[in-house]
Each structure stands twice: as structure tokens, then as C-alpha cells.
Design a protein around this ligand. Structure first.
Ligand code: SAH
Ligand code: SF4
Ligand code: F3S
Length: 439
């Protein structure tokens, strides 16, 4: 009888895509995926971006400990960003001795060997490759969707924003060869894939480690030529590297969605400097103006951190002012969370929780009405939408994203999943739109 595995994925799309590779590796050695903990192998693909991400994983491990008591043959594995950091890995080994296999973000390809070691030698199998990113093109993938795909274009990050743990978990930045990316997308397109999302911590620096002169914009023009692909998305754009060429590519290429996710983090130039973001509020507003001028239809979304060490009320008000000026189509807002090993963790003037929460709530009071107003502007308009699946709230409703990354719900039959339809927007809420399929 074949063995089964269950995988839980925390964190960002990088991790989601790594899980698709893990599933591919496991299928190749005869393991079948199931959707519950009664599996021969349970894998937690972890995230360390904020404190609550790590807490969730330790909570889950507590639950698995009980299961393993009843089923000692079950293997438990922890991988992903948490395991890339020595202190967190040591803590996991110490607090959770029942974990059998530990691997990192750079050695997914070694999983079959690690499983063998844990099974046959009954040894704890731990292997982590720190810092260097070796690209393994040969790994099989089991993709979650047929109609859309996540594609790595760069791995790692060199930016060392002072709050962020990613450069320590994902190592130094490295670009994939354009030929490999284009071949992967052509292959997907020939199998019915209609949308690709290009992934990198900073897609704008794509090409920096290649031996020839080839930029992110060059890559976009080449992907735009691939038959069958209808929507091209990408994330994330670092404001310090967003080039005129990229804006031109978005404008000129019909398949590139008119959406730029441009994390600002703070509206205060002083805080941005402390964060090592390497741009000013004015530079950022200049970029927004350029995007809005060149691509009037573009949606701009962002990430904002509230309560970075030393953030004063004035700094916070600069962020509110920026949000009002940009009028974001949507924004992810985060409370600053100390990450051990980062520069900001040792900064003085950490902001007390009550002040952080108060500022966070005040920011949302400014942000949500802006987002709702923007969503209301969509009413009466018709968008081409690739249908992702059935809505979480009701089986009669389907769901997909507009090119501007807005979530849209509409009535329709399940058989339409994976197809592109025209949807006319009837009503708008802060977090989604509702519409009707046009015949
Ligand atoms: N590479 C992307 C972001 C990756 S992390 C970029 O540079 O934009 C996603 C978001 O998590 C970040 O944009 C930031 O807003 C948030 N984040 C990262 N570290 C954080 C921390 N220590 N506390 C709170 N939010 C954090
Ligand atoms: Fe983290 Fe900054 Fe790199 Fe984004 S660019 S992953 S925020 S260090
Ligand atoms: Fe992503 Fe979390 Fe790692 S956000 S890169 S999974 S720390």
C-alpha cells in the first residue's frame, strides 16, 4: 500500500510554491497527499515573518505530539523559513524531540534521502543549507491549480530591511535563468495554464546575478509573447528599484495586469531610513504619480508596518498622509513584530503595544473608506475574470480576481472553474466585489 502525507503551509506564496515542489518530490517516491493528520508523514512548511506565524507552528506541533503518541510510526517533519534560523531550529529540536525530519528552504530536493534516513536508521534527519541558494531546476512539482501557476524568478533577498527576517531565512538573492523560466511557462501554457504570478522578494532586481544584460522588463516582454498565457502578475516590487522600463512594459504588454504591489512600509522618511528601505516619502509619491500618469487604470497596493521602533505620532501621521495621497486600491497592514537577529530587534524605543494598536486602528479608519470608495468605482464596469473556484461562503458562488487584484464573487456553475468570463460589477464592499457573468 502506498504511503500518505499531509502538508500544512504557512506564510507567503514562496512557501506555497515550495510546498508544490515538496508534493512533487513526495509523489516521485510513491507518497500520496491526503487532507488530514492521519498520514504516515505530516509536514509543516513554516514562516517566520512575524511572531504569530511562529506561534501557530508551535501550537500545531503540540497537537501532533498527541497524535504521534497513538501512532509512533508516523513521521513528523518541519521545514521552511523557521528552520533556516539556528536559534529557532534549536528551540524546535529541544522543545519538540518528537520531530523526525528537519530541512530548509534550500534542500527540498534532499527530502527522499532524509525520509529514508528517518525510516530505516530511525535517526533524526536534519539538514539545512544556509545562505547559498543553489537552484534545482529538476524538481518535480504538483501544482495546486491547472489554470494558474506560481513561478519563481528570483530566490533570496539582499536588501536587509532592518525589521525583516527573510534575508536570514532565504539567503542571498539569485535570479533564475530566463530560458528556464520561459520554458516552464511555455510548458504550463501548453497544458492549459492561463495565468502566471512571478515571484521574488524584489522582482525589480531580477537579472542582477545573470551573466548577461537581461532585466525584469525584458523577461516580461518575453513572457507576454507566450501563446495561451492571458494574465501576467508579479510580486513584490521594491520602490527603490522600480524602473521606467518596468512601467513601460506594464503599459505596453496587454497580458500584464495593471496592478503594482508596491510596499511602502512607512510614510515617514526618517522611519524609512531606519528601516533601510533606501527611498524617501517624496520618491515613493513620485513613483505613484508616474504610475498613475502612465497607466491611469493601474491599481496600486501596499504593505504598511505600524509601530516600528522610534515611530513617533508625527511619523505615524506621515503614514496616514501618504495613504490619503496615494489612495491605495488595497493595503496589508501589520503591527511591527520583533524578529531576533535583525537590526531593529536591538533598537531602543520599541513602541508599547497599546500605542501600536491605537495607531493601527486609526490607520484602518482612514484606509478602509478609501478602499471602499475605489471599489465602488468598479460598479457598472465589466472585467475579464479567470475563475479560481467556489466561494468560501456559498456553493452557488464562484470567485476570481480582477486584473487589479480585487476579489470578485458571482453566481455560476462549478464547471466554469478555470475559464475566463466577463463579469459586470453590481456592488462593492471593502474586501470584495459582487457581479454577474455576462453572456
Ligand atoms: N519582499 C517583500 C515583502 C516580504 S514580507 C517586500 O520587500 O516588500 C511581507 C511583508 O511583511 C513586508 O512587506 C512587511 O510589511 C511585513 N513584515 C516583514 N517583517 C515584519 C516585521 N518584523 N513586523 C511586521 N511586519 C513585517
Ligand atoms: Fe524583507 Fe526587505 Fe527583503 Fe522584502 S526587501 S524580503 S522586506 S529584507
Ligand atoms: Fe515567506 Fe514567511 Fe518565509 S513570508 S519568505 S514564508 S518567513
Amino acid at each position: 500500500m502506498s504511503k500518505t502525507f499531509h502538508i500544512l503551509t504557512y506564510g507567503c506564496q514562496m512557501n506555497e510554491h515550495d510546498s508544490e515542489k515538496i508534493c512533487g518530490m513526495l509523489n516521485s517516491i510513491g507518497y500520496k497527499e491526503i487532507d488530514n493528520n492521519n498520514a504516515d508523514l505530516v509536514i509543516l512548511n513554516t514562516c517566520l515573518i512575524r511572531e504569530n506565524a511562529a506561534q501557530k507552528v508551535f501550537g500545531k506541533l503540540g497537537e501532533l505530539k498527541g497524535l504521534k503518541r497513538n501512532n509512533p510510526n508516523m513521521l513528523i517533519s518541519v521545514c521552511g523559513c523557521m528552520m533556516q534560523k539556528d536559534d529557532v531550529r534549536e528551540k524546535t529540536l529541544k522543545q519538540c524531540p518528537f520531530v523526525d525530519i528537519i530541512f530548509g528552504t534550500n534542500n527540498i530536493h534532499e527530502l527522499p534521502e532524509l525520509i529514508k534516513k528517518a525510516q530505516t536508521e530511525k535517526l533524526k534527519a536534519v539538514h539545512i543549507i544556509e545562505n547559498t541558494v543553489e537552484i534545482h531546476e529538476e524538481m518535480p512539482k504538483v501544482r495546486k491549480y491547472k489554470h494558474k501557476a506560481l513561478i519563481n524568478i528570483t530566490y533570496g533577498c539582499n536588501n536587509f530591511c532592518t525589521y525583516c527576517v527573510v534575508p536570514y531565512t532565504r539567503g542571498r538573492e539569485k535570479s533564475r535563468e530566463p530560458e528556464d523560466i520561459l520554458a516552464e511557462i511555455k510548458d504550463l501554457a501548453s497544458n492549459g495554464c492561463k495565468e502566471v504570478t512571478l515571484l521574488g522578494q524584489n522582482v525589480n532586481s531580477y537579472g542582477n546575478t545573470l551573466s548577461r544584460d537581461y532585466s525584469f522588463a525584458d523577461l516580461l516582454y518575453d513572457i507576454n509573447k507566450i501563446d495561451g498565457i492571458e494574465f501576467i502578475r508579479f510580486m513584490t516590487s521594491h520602490p527603490k528599484d522600480l524602473s521606467d522600463d518596468l512601467i513601460k512594459a506594464i503599459k505596453e504588454c496587454d497580458k500584464i495586469c495593471n496592478h503594482v504591489h508596491l510596499p511602502v512600509q512607512s510614510g515617514s522618511t526618517k522611519v524609512l531610513n531606519e528601516m533601510n528601505r533606501r527611498y524617501t516619502k517624496e520618491h515613493y509619491l513620485g513613483l505613484v504619480e508616474k504610475i498613475r500618469r502612465e497607466i491611469p487604470d493601474a491599481a496600486i497596493t501596499t504593505d504598511i508596518i505600524i509601530g516600528f521602533p522610534g515611530e513617533t505620532e508625527e511619523d505615524f501621521l506621515e503614514t496616514v498622509d501618504l495613504v490619503k495621497k496615494v489612495k491605495y486600491e488595497s493595503a496589508f497592514t501589520f503591527l511591527y513584530s520583533i524578529r531576533e537577529g535583525t537590526k531593529a530587534a536591538t533598537m531602543e524605543n520599541q513602541i508599547p503595544d497599546d500605542i501600536k494598536h491605537d495607531r493601527f486602528n486609526r490607520l484602518l479608519e482612514e484606509l478602509y473608506p478609501i478602499v471602499l470608495d475605489k471599489n465602488k468605482e468598479c460598479i457598472g464596469k465589466t472585467y475579464r475574470i479567470l475563475i479560481d473556484g467556489v466561494s468560501k461562503n456559498s456553493d452557488d458562488y464562484l470567485t476570481g480576481r480582477s486584473e487589479h487584484f480585487r476579489l470578485v464573487h458571482f453566481k455560476g456553475d462549478k464547471s466554469l472553474i478555470g475559464k475566463i468570463v466577463n463579469v459586470k460589477i453590481d456592488s462593492a464592499k471593502t474586501f470584495f466585489l459582487e457581479g454577474t457573468i455576462q453572456k
